[in-house]
Design a protein around this ligand. Structure first.
Ligand code: GRG
Length: 300
């Protein structure tokens, strides 16, 4: 049940699996230039909720998939997410001094190193997935499909499209449809990729895959609406990053377009739709239902 130790215990269990695996993902050596590893590890180890890899593991589990098989994909998604945060914090983008409760990557290592650390994490993510696939024998389709979903969602039709709109539309008024499209790309795409990677590796049937896609689209939207609400109501202490920045930089958010009350109603609607999408899984999907509620109530 959400809010009870069961949900929290399970979430922590998944997050610990991911954290342990991530610790071993970035090697180190004593050759010249090895300081890049420090910049990569700094942001990767800085904490964060690990929401995306937890989702990937949970979905794979519900489908009876192999945890060791989804883990490299889950870690790769977290690396891609971390790279996007490092780049998003740069002065040329959102110019944020704090992330995950710590100084942003470029504040510690400088802008050039922060760009390189992000690039290196992105490359490492694909190396990790491909290395895993190379160890496999037989039908590799499910692995390649998972990787294809991840690559597509991180790129110019997904997260980067969303960021392009976000940066390009500062100070202009977006229609409700374009706002939703921007958020579905910027935040929703990678969250959806995490769920669908779990579905691919867990060998979901097509109806299960479609149901999970619907669930993911709705929690992705809910996650972003909540983020927009927290930017108005949150604080640096609670969130580990600056609040109030969206309004100050003229960003289009659910709060700026709809107001706080309607944004909260839209959040409720997305969470209900997410929960509704899981009907075909019955009791097996309890954790995913609780996760949708957690997204609504989270404080960071
Ligand atoms: C630079 C290509 C590129 C993309 C950046 C992710 C992103 C796109 C920008 C981040 C800006 C932002 C605050 C978006 C709102 C939603 C979001 C992705 C929040 C951060 O994700 P969390 O809350 O972070 O899961 P943690 O630290 O918990 O992992």
């Amino acid at each position: 049940m959400y809010g009870t130790t069961d949900f929290r215990k399970k979430y922590e269990e998944y997050a610990n699996i991911v954290n342990n695996a991530l610790e071993n993902c970035i090697a180190t050596d004593d050759k010249p230039g090895s300081e890049i590893y420090n910049a990569m590890k700094y942001s990767l180890a800085a904490g964060g909720k690990r929401l995306r890899p937890v989702l990937a593991l949970a979905v794979c589990d519900i489908l009876g998939g192999n945890r060791n098989d989804i883990l490299p994909f889950a870690c790769a998604i977290e690396m891609i997410h971390t790279y996007s945060l490092i780049h998003d914090d740069l002065p040329a983008m959102d110019n944020d001094d704090y992330r995950r409760g710590m100084p942003s990557n470029h504040k510690v290592f400088g802008e050039a190193m922060a760009i390189l650390a992000g690039d290196a994490l992105l490359n490492k993510a694909y190396e990790l997935m491909i290395s895993h696939i190379m160890k496999k024998e037989g039908d590799l389709k499910a692995y390649v499909r998972a990787m294809n979903v991840i690559a597509g969602s991180a790129g110019a039709e997904g997260m980067i499209r969303g960021q392009t709109l976000d940066i390009g539309c500062e100070g202009c008024e977006l229609s409700e449809d374009t706002l939703e499209y921007m958020h579905r790309c910027k935040t929703g795409a990678l969250i959806t990729a995490a769920v669908l990677a779990g579905a691919c590796i867990g060998r979901a049937a097509e109806t299960e895959y479609e149901a999970l896609k619907e669930y993911a689209a709705n929690i992705g939207l809910a996650f972003q609406i909540k983020d927009d609400i927290m930017d108005v109501e949150g604080s640096l202490e609670r969130m580990g990053k600056m609040s109030g920045k969206d309004a100050a930089s003229g960003k289009n958010t659910y709060v700026s377009v709809y107001g706080l009350d309607k944004a909260a109603r839209l959040l409720d609607r997305s969470v209900s739709a997410a929960v509704g999408a899981l009907g075909c899984f019955g009791g097996e999907a309890g954790f995913l239902r609780d996760l949708a509620l957690f997204i609504k109530d989270r404080e960071n």
